[in-house]
Ligand binder design. Structure first.
Ligand code: LFR
Length: 473
């Protein structure tokens, strides 16, 4: 089978990129065609995504690759959506999941419906921004269809209206057992079933690039293939693992968990707030959201973006496990002055306040490493699986301090990389649909054989981390 070139459109919460990859049985060569900032915009008190700006950048990125493309795949962050009216016109800019409009909504719905029902049906962790809670806070009176962000872009490119299943699994409206839209949950929030699109699986062709988008980007007629369009699902598909592994998809968020064949929907799992999101080939991504590098990104923004490598080097020399936060405290969710919130949190919990920027960064790194360990251990325990190696993929795999601390905290070897796991997972699903690679195991093997990875062995001293976990509790 000869090589082909595929394009991955990968939109993250802080930046987007269009990547192209040459893929063959022994080849996986990823290149960046265009990278652009994804800057949320606050208007009239509401935090929005600039989705048309993003789409324009995507088309520019595709145009930057004049050669032939076998297909294009789109992934992005989850849960957020655009509403279209009956003429297919966008009803306003999609609202950012960190917007405050959902304040109190999840609590109300949980009280009304009961946690047990919500969890048994959707298997989803309780996060205030899940689509189901956003919908309960939204005005749907003029809405004819709802499309999650990658499906919205695919719709503009092809004219087709679909809901890709891995991303649909983050809405809180999908039945975790059947993988179909749940009538019970739709009724609960009063969402007419017609609002949602027919489900498709990764690997299915959505349609071909139509004249409008095609003339704009120069790829008219190119197939747009559904990938695991939830970015985390694409990242997990590209984890270069075999055997018993845990994963951390580390970027703005750290998504920490294990891969399963069946969902875990019992009471203990619900109370521990683990999620059963849909993965590639019907796998279950059993994981929990850890607040991730958001804490660092927002601190850097508050400081006017100083030199990060220098700050991380200084943080590596600062005393460890001195100041700790629970990164998952909801107080850290919205944007705003992060260093002050971290200092206040430390004070409240009886830890010394970080006195310098480097100490703040060290506090974030230690706290994330500890949260990675606690979450991974719980995921393994609740699912009855064993983890022998941790794979940390995504932008965070470049952060040596975080990787080293996470390996130490977990007391397990950690393999860091690839940085662009999401884009790789995206193109590999397309390549598989074109018969270039076979099974999921083969896809992962190709990543392991071709991408730069770095292994961290844990230090023997896990006792310090046990003690720190105890202090934080
Ligand atoms: C990561 C991610 C997470 C999801 C969060 C919000 O980019 O997709 O998986 O919980 O963003 O959509």
């Amino acid at each position: 089978m000869s090589e082909k070139v595929f394009a991955a459109v990968d939109l993250g919460a802080s930046s987007g990129r269009v990547m192209t990859a040459r893929v063959g049985p022994d080849v996986l060569d990823l290149r960046e065609a265009r990278r652009f900032a994804n800057r949320p915009v606050r208007v009239n008190g509401t935090l929005h995504w600039d989705v048309l700006g993003l789409y324009g950048n995507v088309l520019d990125g595709l145009r930057a690759h004049p050669g032939e493309l076998a297909s294009i795949g789109i992934d992005s962050w989850a849960v957020d959506y655009g509403l279209l009216d009956e003429n297919g016109r966008l009803l306003g800019n999609p609202v950012h999941y960190r917007d405050g409009r959902t304040a109190g909504v999840m609590e109300r719905l949980r009280a009304e419906a009961g946690d047990d029902l919500l969890y048994r049906e959707s298997g989803l962790q309780f996060l205030p921004f899940n689509t189901i809670y956003q919908l309960a806070a939204d005005d749907l009176s003029r809405a004819h269809s709802l499309l999650l962000i990658p499906d919205l872009l695919a719709h503009w490119m092809t004219g087709e209206t679909v809901a890709e299943r891995t991303n649909a699994s983050t809405t809180g409206l999908l039945d975790a057992r059947t993988g179909l839209w749940s009538g019970t949950l739709l009724d609960l929030v009063g969402v007419p079933p017609g609002l949602l699109a027919p489900l498709v699986d990764p690997g299915e062709v959505i349609g071909r690039m139509g004249p409008e988008a095609g003339n704009e980007c120069g790829h008219r007629g190119t197939p747009v293939t559904a990938v695991a369009s939830h970015d985390t699902a694409s990242a997990v598909a590209a984890v270069p693992a075999s055997g018993r592994f845990g994963y951390i998809s580390c970027g703005t968020w750290s998504l920490v968990g294990v891969e399963l064949d069946e969902p875990v929907l019992g009471e203990e799992s619900r109370k521990a707030n683990f999620t059963n999101e849909g993965g590639i080939d019907g796998t279950v991504r059993y994981l929990r959201n850890v607040m991730g590098l958001w804490l660092l990104q927002e601190s850097m923004r508050a400081w006017g973006n100083p030199d990060l490598p220098a700050l991380l080097a200084e943080a590596a020399r600062a005393p460890g496990l001195r100041s700790l936060v629970d990164p998952d405290d909801p107080e850290f969710l919205p944007p705003g002055d992060m260093p002050s919130r971290i200092a206040a949190h430390c004070r409240r919990r009886g830890f010394p306040e970080p006195a310098t920027r480097a100490e703040t960064v060290r506090c974030i790194m230690d706290s994330l490493a500890l949260a990675h360990r606690e979450t991974l251990r719980e995921a393994a325990r609740l699912s009855g699986t064993e983890v022998e190696v941790v794979h940390l993929v995504g932008g965070g795999s470049r952060n040596e301090l975080l990787c080293r601390l996470t390996a130490d905290a977990c007391g397990l070897p950690l393999v860091a990389g690839p940085v662009e796991a999401t884009a790789l997972g995206n193109v590999l699903v397309q390549a598989r649909a074109h018969g270039i690679v076979g099974s999921l195991a083969e896809m992962r093997g190709l990543v392991a054989a071709t991408q730069p990875l770095r292994r961290y062995e844990p230090s023997a001293d896990t006792g310090r981390w046990d003690e720190a976990a105890e202090r934080l509790r």
